[in-house]
Design a protein around this ligand. Structure first.
Ligand SMILES: [Zn+2]
Ligand SMILES: [Zn+2]
Ligand SMILES: [Zn+2]
Length: 184
C-alpha cells in the first residue's frame, strides 16, 4: 500500500482536536474564536480584565477547590506561557502579587503557592494556585530565599511550590504537582 505524502500533515492537524494539550493550542487573542478551546479558557478570562491591570486573581472554579485562588498575568505569552519568558521584573511582580493575595486570604494559616509542571497543566495561560497548605506538606527538596525576587526560575517546564518559613521563603523545586500541597 502506498502511503500518501500528506499523511504527517493530516496527523498534525488532527492532534490538537483529539486531546487538550497546552503545548499545541493555537489561541490568538486577536482572533476571539480561537479562545474557545478548553485549554485556552484562562486567556479568555484575562481578556475580560481591564487592559491596564498587570496581574489579577480568580477563584478556582473547580467545585472541589472553591476556597482556592488563581493568580494570573493580564498579559499573554507563549503556548504555554512560562515564567522563563517573563522579564525578572515581571516574575518578581507576579510572585509578589500572589504572595500578597495569599497573606490577605490566610493571615493566620500557613499558605502555599504552586505552579504545576507543563505536563500537569490544563491551561496554556500561566496560573499560580494559591491556597492553605495541607498539614503534612513539608518535604526536604527546597532552597531558602529572602523574597520573591530570588525565587529560582523553574527549568524545562518544571513545577515549583513555595511557602513562608521564619520570614523567608522555601522554594520547593522540581515538583510537578505542587498544587497537591494545598488543601482542597
Ligand atoms: Zn491557548
Ligand atoms: Zn493567554
Ligand atoms: Zn518547605
Amino acid at each position: 500500500m502506498r502511503i500518501p505524502k500528506c499523511l504527517p500533515a493530516i496527523v498534525l492537524l488532527l492532534l490538537p482536536l483529539s486531546r487538550a494539550d497546552v503545548r499545541t493550542c493555537l489561541c490568538d487573542v486577536a482572533v476571539p474564536a480561537t479562545l474557545e478551546a478548553r485549554e485556552c479558557g484562562l486567556c479568555k478570562e484575562a481578556e475580560k480584565q481591564p487592559a491596564d491591570l498587570e496581574f489579577f486573581f480568580l477563584r478556582d472554579t473547580n467545585p472541589l477547590k472553591l476556597h482556592r485562588w488563581l493568580a494570573l498575568p493580564r498579559f499573554h505569552g507563549e503556548h504555554p506561557q512560562q515564567l522563563t519568558e517573563m522579564t525578572p521584573a515581571q516574575r518578581t511582580g507576579y510572585w509578589s502579587a500572589a504572595i500578597a493575595k495569599a497573606k490577605a486570604e490566610w493571615p493566620a494559616d500557613p499558605w502555599g503557592i504552586a505552579l504545576n509542571s507543563t505536563f500537569k497543566r490544563s491551561q496554556c495561560h500561566i496560573h499560580l494556585h494559591i491556597g492553605k497548605l495541607i498539614a503534612e506538606a513539608e518535604d526536604d527538596h527546597f532552597v531558602t530565599v529572602d523574597g520573591p525576587a530570588n525565587i529560582p526560575v523553574p527549568k524545562d517546564g518544571d513545577g515549583v511550590w513555595i511557602h513562608p518559613v521564619n520570614g523567608k521563603l522555601h522554594v520547593h523545586i522540581e515538583k510537578p504537582d505542587g498544587e497537591l500541597k494545598l488543601e482542597r
